[in-house]
Design a protein around this ligand. Structure first.
Ligand code: ADP
Ligand code: MG
Length: 155
């Protein structure tokens, strides 16, 4: 897959209320500026990698790069579901991610149940892949250990 591994850091903003959290799969959305900084030819679909909120621990994640309904599907959205249970929401915090692999293209589902079970399969696939040495090594990348307060996009 082109552009991988892809490193990205940015603020967590309010999404467009798709109700991801109600499905048990909250997705932390990046701002429009951060999304614009992605390579314009990066494929939409479901990816996996590592994520860290602020200076917190690095966790496994699944990520969707999709078409943003808020902008009539002409702009992309980038949403990260961190495979970890957080005590509180973290809007406004800095999310650092490295995308290490690709799972599948975007799909339309006939039912909510089909959507949820596909996402659960994506999560299981991500967990398995991220235990492989080539993906696991990125968990320890210096990108996740920047000095406090330093905020850089796309490094
Ligand atoms: P929104 O439409 O505002 O993105 P979501 O329903 O997708 O709302 O919920 C996303 C928010 O949930 C994140 O911005 C974050 O503050 C919070 N959150 C809590 N746990 C997680 C998690 N494991 N992964 C991602 N976001 C989480
Ligand atoms: Mg969201």
């Amino acid at each position: 897959m082109r552009h991988l591994p892809y490193f990205c850091r940015g603020e967590v903003v309010k999404g467009f209320g798709r109700g991801s959290k109600e499905l048990g799969i909250p997705t932390a959305n990046f701002s429009e500026q951060v999304v614009e900084s992605f390579p314009s030819d990066i494929s939409t679909g479901i990816y996996y990698g590592w994520a860290c909120v602020g200076n917190g621990d690095v966790h496994k994640m699944v990520l969707s790069i999709g078409w943003n309904p808020f902008y009539k599907n002409i702009k992309k959205s980038v949403e990260t579901h961190i495979i970890h249970t957080f005590k509180e929401d973290f809007y406004g915090e800095i999310l650092s991610i490295v995308i290490t692999g690709y799972i599948r293209p975007e799909k339309n589902f006939d039912s909510l149940e089909a959507l949820i079970s596909a996402i659960q399969e994506d999560i299981e696939e991500a967990k398995r892949q991220l235990d492989l040495p080539e993906h696991l090594k990125l968990k320890e990348d210096n990108f996740f250990h920047l000095p406090k307060g330093k905020i850089v996009n796309n490094h």
